[in-house]
Structures are given as C-alpha cells and as structure tokens.
Design a protein around this ligand. Structure first.
Ligand code: GLN
Length: 501
C-alpha cells in the first residue's frame, strides 16, 4: 500500500486501522489528501480555507505517538474537514458570510476539539450557504461549490462544500450541520451517507447558530461505517450546551457491523405513501426509492403503510420558525464585536451599514421574514401557530413509530440541477426541503444513504432517507448498513476523478 490513489480510496475506518497497524503513516495520508485538494480545488471550490501546516503538524504528532507506543484515538490520522459553521480556534471561521470574513475565533468549538482529541487531522474549512441558509451553496459571497459528479451542477446545501469534498476524496470525512436538511440533502446529491443525529445528541457549542431549536451537527461520509465512527467521537453530553443530552453513547460501529452481517430481522419500515403523490417528485427519485425499499425487504425488513397527516405543513412551519430564530440569533452581528465593520458617522449608522454590507440577500430575506413573524401584531398568527403545528408534526411521528421502527422516504424530491438554474426562485428551493425538515421539527435522527443514479445523462446521485425515533441512531445505522451491503454505489467514483485517472 502507499500509492496516493489507494490511500484516497480507503474508508475513514480503513485509514484509521491502517495507521494504527503501521501500514500507513498519518503524514503520508495527510500529504496525499493535501495533493488531492491542490489538484481539484480549481474546479471544485469545496474549501473556504485549507490548513496544510496544521494538518501536517497533527499528522506528525499521531506518527510520533504511535512510534512512542502511546494509545491512539479512534480517528488517529484520519484527514477530516469542517463546514465553516464550526468554530476553530486560530483558524478563520465565517459561516459562509462576508460579515464574519477575517474572524479568527479565540476558542475551540466542541466539534474541532473532540475530533482533535480523537486524533483526527484537520485539512481545512468547507464552503457553505451563508449561515446555513440555502440548498445549493449559491447563497454565498464566495465561490460556489461544484458537484464532483457533474461540475456544471450544484452539490446541494447548505453543507455543499462538505459533500463535494468527501465525494471528491478531498477529505476522508467531513462534518456538516443540519437545521432543515443541510447534511442529508447535499449527501443525497453527492452519493454520500449523511447523518443528522437526534437533537441534543451532539453538542452545539461552537457551531454558529442559525435556528437553535433545530440545529444539529453530524457526519458526512462515503460509507455508513465512517459516519458511525465519527458519531461515536462527536456524541455525548457537553456542559457548554444546555440542550445536549446526557444519554449513554452506544457502540455505533457494532450496530453497523450487525446490520451489514445480520440484516434487518423483521424490522418494520414505514412509508407515508401520500407524500410520494405530491407534485414535483422526480420519476428517477421515485424509482430509486422503490428499489431501496425492495433492498431493505431483501435484508429482512417489512414495509408498512403509515400516515403523517401534517406532512404538507412542514415546509411552511419550518420557514416561520427557522426565520424567527435566525432573526434573533443574527442580531449579534453588529460590527462591534465580530468580523466585518462598515464604519459610519454614528453607532446606529454603523450597525445599519455593517448589516447592509455584511449580509447577503437570502440572509436579509430571512431576517426580515423572521422579524415580521415575531412582531407583536403577527406573533400569534404566525410564530404561535407554527409552534402548535410543530407539536402536531412531532405527534404524527410519535404515532407512526407505534406502527413501525423506521420511516423511509426520498431525501430530496429531485436530483442535482445546473448551477444558477434556481437561484432566482427561493420558494422553489424551500419546497425541496419537504422530506428533510420533519426530522428537524420533531428532533428525530435521520440518515441519507446512496440509492443509485438518474437514468439519463448527466448521471446524478439519488439518496434515500431513513428517520428513527429519538436516539435510535444504532437502528438507523444498522438499516443503512444492511442496505449498503446489498449495493455498490458507495464504491463508485465521481466523473471528476475518472477524468483525472
Ligand atoms: N434548505 C434549508 C434552508 O435553507 C437548509 C437549512 C439547513 O439545514 N442549514 O433553511
């Protein structure tokens, strides 16, 4: 072993084992990934910032520790990259916004800290829609990311840089954040596994807030086992996040191995058929979804019909609550304490000019919408009502889980689309979130897994989503592994890499 191509094709789990066993050094792995980033970034734009010195220093420390016979962490030597929403001490963190350009955090967030403690090597920070608001990575003052499966197409969003980098073998594993699908949707558009954990399973400390009651961090990976490995490192209570859950962290890798070997043993998979009849579901997406159900049945699962009576109200509910929370969270960007400042004659004018210059159009749209729904005159009609519907949606899921173990649906109603094609139609983009936001509103864990490709060119990835009850990550990962064991899509290389070979 040792050729760069072989290194890049290893899973994160495989890399960790090879480094622990001394077959590969962490330094040669880091170098192979840094070379890949150099080669691909001009056409991909997945990275906002690459941190080669840090990566090589962390890798050398892993190699030194191994030589000294010290115990290595579960991610020792594995090259990872973080969505730029995660705070990294000493490394610029922008959350995709010009208002934070140049901000060097004085503290380490929970995610970068836990990854470093587990021995991971940080390659850099990944591009995203500004503050996580978007589905195509085009809401950005920086260069938008391209999809490695078709460079003219979007990689999804808001964790589009994370998805593109993992799919293009520009990192072994990435973290994304998911407020309304931002881990799962780009994962589905880039042939990846994307896991949004139960609300509170992973700390939010050091994850720049968008909508605090919905935000959750999670892994994006090429294989189910890699997502499990990362979740095991990230999960657990954190005294710095009062909403983090103090529940024991199970052995996620054991759940994956059990699912891959043993199948699903009568697990009931619920399908809300009504959702598939809604306008806008692509024919290939539907066909791949049905094929995945068959695959889960082959693994021993039983598919049952369920009802989610308030499914159609989820998008509207989400866009009232998420914008309300965002309008409050983003009030802190005033040009006084963080990042960009547009100096003006008075304090008030400085606030106004800073926010006018620093925020992009989608972020402004959401702040305005959120401020409107929170006004005393409209609070009861919008915010109050949306909170009630959120309760009904959560109840729908709770009732459904009396009849089934997991719920399956497509992840996104359509595959990727050409860059620029939907940029002027925010409402059309919001509707693409219909399958993903229910899990956020109800606080449930959900995973997107590769489910095949479109039938016509360009050949684009399609994902399928599984949602579980609270803290059912082991069951989700087990079912995802059983599915993965019956297909080979996760081994396919995107067009971008084939062109290079
Ligand atoms: N499409 C969603 C939005 O624009 C994605 C949000 C997210 O998960 N960060 O709000």
């Amino acid at each position: 072993m040792g050729a760069a191509g072989d290194i890049l094709e290893l899973s994160a789990r495989g890399l960790a084992a090879a480094i622990r066993g001394g077959e590969l050094s962490a330094s040669e792995v880091a170098r192979a990934y840094l070379e890949q980033i150099d080669a691909l970034e001009p056409s991909l734009h997945a990275y906002r910032r690459v941190t080669p010195e840090l990566a090589l220093a962390q890798a050398a420390a892993v190699d030194d520790a191994r030589r000294a016979g010290q115990a290595l962490g579960p991610l020792a030597g594995v090259p990872v990259a973080l969505k730029d929403i995660f705070v990294t001490e000493g490394v610029e963190t922008t959350s995709g916004s010009a208002i934070l350009a140049g901000w060097i955090p004085p503290y380490q967030g929970a995610h970068a800290r836990r990854l470093a403690e587990a021995g991971a090597v940080l390659l850099g920070k990944l591009t995203m829609d500004e503050f996580g608001m978007g589905s195509a990575n085009e809401n950005t003052p920086f260069e938008p990311v391209h999809n490695p499966w078709a460079l003219s197409h979007v990689a999804g969003g808001s964790s589009g840089g994370s998805a593109a980098a993992v799919a293009a073998r520009s990192c072994a594993l990435a973290l994304g954040s998911d407020t309304g699908g931002s881990i799962r949707q780009p994962a589905s558009l880039c042939n990846l596994v994307g896991l949004k954990p139960t609300y509170g399973r992973v700390s939010r400390h050091g994850m720049i807030a968008f909508a605090s009651s919905l935000d959750q961090a999670g892994p994006m990976a090429r294989e189910v086992g890699d997502a499990a490995l990362a979740l095991g490192v990230l999960a657990g209570a954190d005294p710095l996040d009062a909403t983090s859950l103090d529940a024991p962290v199970p052995d996620y890798l054991a759940a994956v191995d059990q699912g891959a070997r043993g199948g699903l043993d009568g697990a009931k998979i619920g399908v809300h058929r009504g959702a598939l009849e809604l306008e806008g579901l692509d024919a290939d997406v539907r066909a791949r979804f049905e094929a995945s159900l068959t695959r889960l049945e082959d693994a021993g699962a039983r598919v049952v019909d369920i009802e989610l009576p308030h499914f159609e109200h989820a998008v509207a509910t989400y866009y009232v609550l998420a914008t309300a929370e965002a309008s409050s969270n983003l009030a802190r960007y005033d040009g006084v304490r963080y990042g960009h400042r547009s100096a003006a004659d008075s304090l008030r004018q400085t606030y106004e000019a800073t926010r006018h210059d620093g925020f992009g159009p989608e972020v402004k749209r959401r702040i305005l919408l959120g401020t409107f729904v929170l006004r005393a005159e409209s609070y009861a009609d919008y915010y109050g009502r949306a909170m009630k519907v959120r309760t009904l949606i959560a109840r729908d899921y709770a009732r459904a889980f009396e009849r089934c173990d997991l719920i399956a649906s497509p992840t996104a109603p359509i595959p990727s689309w050409p860059l620029g094609a939907k940029i002027d139609d925010p409402l059309a983009l919001y509707l693409l979130d219909m399958f993903t936001i229910g899990a956020n509103l109800a606080g449930l864990p959900a995973i997107s897994i590769p489910a095949g490709f479109t039938s016509a060119a360009p050949r684009l990835p399609i994902g399928v989503q599984l949602i579980g009850p609270r803290l059912a990550e082991p069951a989700l990962l087990g079912a995802a592994a059983a599915h993965e064991a019956r297909c080979d899509w996760h081994r396919e290389q995107p067009q971008l890499l084939e062109a290079r070979a």
